[in-house]
Design a protein around this ligand. Structure first.
Ligand SMILES: [Zn+2]
Length: 86
């Protein structure tokens, strides 16, 4: 099973918070996972994790979804100041 950092694992057994998807923070002998819902982090042995995995949602590297906040500010146009001189 090919699992990389940044992948999302869908587990058979949900976290106590009822969330079933976990983000992979570290791979190796043990996995470090983070619950997608409550952000709880924990270590789990590779064997145990692989037994529990239902689905791997691998994240591709094209994560160029920069959330550009479009600020719709109404720009006040140059106010022509009427200089009325008496
Ligand atoms: Zn959780």
């Amino acid at each position: 099973m090919d699992i990389n950092v940044g992948d999302i694992l869908e587990m058979k057994k949900p976290h106590p918070c009822k969330c079933k998807t976990f983000l992979v923070l570290r791979v190796g002998m043990d996995f470090k996972l983070q619950c997608e819902n409550c952000k709880h982090q924990f270590m789990i042995s590779r064997k145990r994790a692989e037994k529990n995995i239902k689905n791997v949602i691998s994240q591709k590297e094209d994560q160029t979804e920069d959330q550009t906040e479009v600020q719709t500010e109404v720009q006040t146009q140059d106010q022509t100041e009427d200089l009325i001189e008496n």
